[in-house]
Design a protein around this ligand. Sequence first.
Ligand SMILES: C[S@@+](CC[C@H](N)C(=O)[O-])C[C@H]1O[C@@H](n2cnc3c(N)ncnc32)[C@H](O)[C@@H]1O
Ligand code: SF4
Length: 360
Amino acid sequence: MCHIWQHPTLPAEEVSLETLAKLPGGFDYLNLTGGEPTLRADLEAVVDLLYPKTRQLEISTNGLQGDKLERIIQKYPDVKIRISMEGIGERNDMIRGEKSGFERKIATMKRLVAAGGCDLGFATTFQDDNCDQLLDLYRLTASYNGEMATSALHNGFQFHKIDNEPYNRLRIARSVEPLIVEMLKSRRPKNWFRAYLNLGLMKKILGQPRLIPCTAGRDFVFLDPWSRVYACNVRPDLEIGDLTTQSWDEIMKSPRAAEARTKVARCAHNCWMVGSAKTAIRNKYFAKIPRLKPLWWVLVNKARVTFGRRIPFERMVDFSDVATPPIVPRRESWLGKTFRPTFQSKSEKPYGAFNNVMNK
Ligand SMILES: C[S@@+](CC[C@H](N)C(=O)[O-])C[C@H]1O[C@@H](n2cnc3c(N)ncnc32)[C@H](O)[C@@H]1O
Ligand code: SF4
């Protein structure tokens, strides 16, 4: 779903421990994502450094290097691990181009459960090719007592490709409904709020406005592999500084950061990703409690599901308002294909030809 793996960074230029040490403490949530975090030889040292700086540390990973993750979980059982899983069996392998990926991820999950991991799960990106398997994926995750993180296929300036457009938006959005119902039936309050996040994904898939405005640059930022700081990971024009040469405070209080926040307030991208959605549903002043709007939705719909009533999705989602997708090349599977990586250096225009793709 991205071609970051075809354009790896040069390890010597990647954000260093010294630079990461500049991050202050007191974060609510830090997510080590990618690219692929387990490709960092010093991942364990990165975790040692960041773990004390945040209430919750997550590693989003392909889950193919179980040994590295197992060592981290043995040391920090509450580090949140989300293994990307896009389908059952060969479906996962086809979408992600991973040889025996499904089996390898299951093996990793078992190792992490045995190592005492207490916040494990799979992460799934809703798309045409897996929307008929969402309930199976949810049940698979639940069988390991895990949580299912979700997102919707999208384009981003770092992806080196622009074909992440849904082919049949209505079909994908409708396929999320049974998942929402199942999540609301669960006994875990976290799943109920995940159901609300999935409602937001239905709107995102159809191309409709967000449920709650975005707070990029204020409540969350994105640090790229070269230590550049952006208000979010979708718009390249929201770059606000460089942590190698500046301090955290300097960046966050800079005129560029202020300007980026103004642009965020007017942003029409309507994305709804883990960073921008999870932060948006939280109370502005007390991050641990939700805003009234999602709380009310959860209470009302939990009650509906409990008493066997249907959820009136049409009250929140206009199914007649479906965005027309741009014409893009058909996505291909990389399973079994070979490729030659082209390394990218910090001095080049970041992310190559597609750098400005999200500005158009
Ligand atoms: C950025 S990846 C990093 C983790 C890992 N390297 C991997 O292979 O998935 C984190 C999450 O983003 C999802 N993701 C990747 N490409 C995406 C895309 N084009 N649109 C939406 N989500 C995507 C992945 O499935 C995963 O759940
Ligand atoms: S809505 Fe706009 S500012 Fe917010 S994450 Fe998406 S692209 Fe960035």
